[in-house]
Design a protein around this ligand. Structure first.
Ligand SMILES: NC(=O)c1ccc[n+]([C@@H]2O[C@H](COP(=O)([O-])OP(=O)(O)OC[C@H]3O[C@@H](n4cnc5c(N)ncnc54)[C@H](O)[C@@H]3O)[C@@H](O)[C@H]2O)c1
Length: 360
């Protein structure tokens, strides 16, 4: 294979392991390097993942054969590491969020524009079939104009006490809900103008941030969206509910659904039922009539590619970089999603509607 590149993964935890696995699966990747700040952990994880790992970040940045860097480190260093990599001439796939502050995210965009480097944010749900199918039905006009989009996401507390996630001042809006806000923007296809968000008092008292959010969006075309998230109802499980245990978690409190209501029909995605379906609305002399027009289900073995396709995204990103293609999701678009999340945080703190234009 021509065009083979060397790649590096920064942060060799759970997601770093997924990124290293995807790099191994790519025919465009030659050698895989890894980075962890602690030398002992670098050695341990390098061995476990069977890659060459180091605690010397300069060695990664100064290695001209490394063309692509996957950033899977903790959120507080995403922006600084992406900026450093782009300035070192590397292409970057950076996990969400684009930092924990608006300024960090903004800086990433500025440096991408200044360097012209490839930078894509890991909004992998754009590569997950259940959401791609919803987007396809919308683009085919099968539900008319989307006017209302509701997401419900309830899960167990699986971040644990004294982890970087529970101790973070960055909220779960960036860490987790940015994916789901991003999808709402993708489905509705109109700029977000206003954000109003509320959070109730915490049940998980050892989190340094809220454990629940009710985020409302108003789009420029008049459409509305709501995202309702709670992180304590389901039977406790210490693993990512999107990755594993779907079977066990079904009907134990875990919920992850979208309802996208359009002028001519509607779509429902339901992760725990492994199902996507759509309705068609028609007129009749008496009233508006609604009928289920199509239902697609899939097998347990296909969970990953339907609901959480980071692997597929990353294999594809290696090909894009090796063959000199542009990112498929421009970073400016991902930044709009981040802005919606930061607006929701301001809205919760200041108990008011926040216009997105205030963040410009
Ligand atoms: N796209 C998704 O669906 C998805 C899912 C899970 C995690 N993520 C993202 O991936 C990132 C990592 O999450 P995780 O679940 O692997 O967490 P994790 O705790 O399993 O791993 C984080 C790793 O980063 C290392 N680390 C700490 N400081 C670092 C630094 N300065 N530079 C490099 N590495 C450092 C830690 O030692 C640890 O090995 C997070 O940004 C998270 O938001 C995305």
């Amino acid at each position: 294979m021509k065009n083979k590149i060397d790649v590096a993964v920064l942060g060799l935890g759970g997601m770093g392991s997924t990124h290293a696995g995807a790099a191994k699966a790519s025919p465009y990747v030659n050698k895989i390097y890894g980075y962890e700040p602690d030398a002992e952990r670098a050695a341990l994880r390098g061995k476990e993942l069977d890659i060459e790992a180091t605690s010397d970040l300069d060695a990664i940045m100064n290695n001209p054969a490394i063309k692509l860097i996957y950033i899977a480190s903790i959120n507080g260093v995403h922006s600084a590491q992406a900026i450093r990599a782009m300035r070192a001439g590397k292409s970057v796939l950076c996990e969400k969020p684009m930092g924990e502050t608006l300024a960090e995210a903004q800086k990433m965009v500025e440096v991408q524009q200044e360097t012209g480097q490839f930078l894509q944010i890991g909004f992998e749900l754009h590569y997950s079939k259940i959401y791609m199918q919803a987007k396809q039905w919308i683009d085919e006009g099968l539900i008319g104009t989307p006017v209302n989009c509701h997401c419900r996401y309830y899960c167990s507390e699986f971040h644990s006490k004294n982890s970087w996630r529970s101790n973070s001042t960055g909220t779960l809006i960036g860490e987790k809900l940015s994916h789901y806000l991003d999808l709402q923007r993708w489905f509705v296809g109109s700029p977000v103008e206003e954000v109003f968000s509320m959070n109730a008092p915490n049940v998980v008292d050892y989190f340094n941030h809220p454990d629940n959010h009710q985020i409302n969006l108003r789009f420029a075309n008049g459409a509305a969206a709501n995202l309702n998230f709670v992180m304590y109802i389901a039977e406790s499980d210490h693993r990512d509910p999107l990755l594993e245990m779907l079977e066990k978690q079904s009907d134990d409190g875990h919920t992850l659904t979208y309802y996208i209501f359009g002028t001519k029909g509607a779509i429902e995605t339901d992760v725990f039922r492994r199902r996507i379906r759509r309705w068609v609305f028609t007129d009749s002399p008496e009233r508006l009539v609604s009928a289920i027009a199509e239902t697609i289900t899939y097998d347990k073995a296909e969970d990953q590619i339907w609901i959480h396709n980071t692997h597929g995204q990353n294999v594809h990103i290696a090909e894009l970089v090796a063959t000199g293609m542009a990112p498929e999701n421009p970073v400016t678009d991902s930044f709009e999603t981040m802005k919606v999340g930061f607006a929701a945080e301001i809205s919760e703190k200041e108990r008011r509607i926040v216009k997105l234009s205030e963040l410009n």
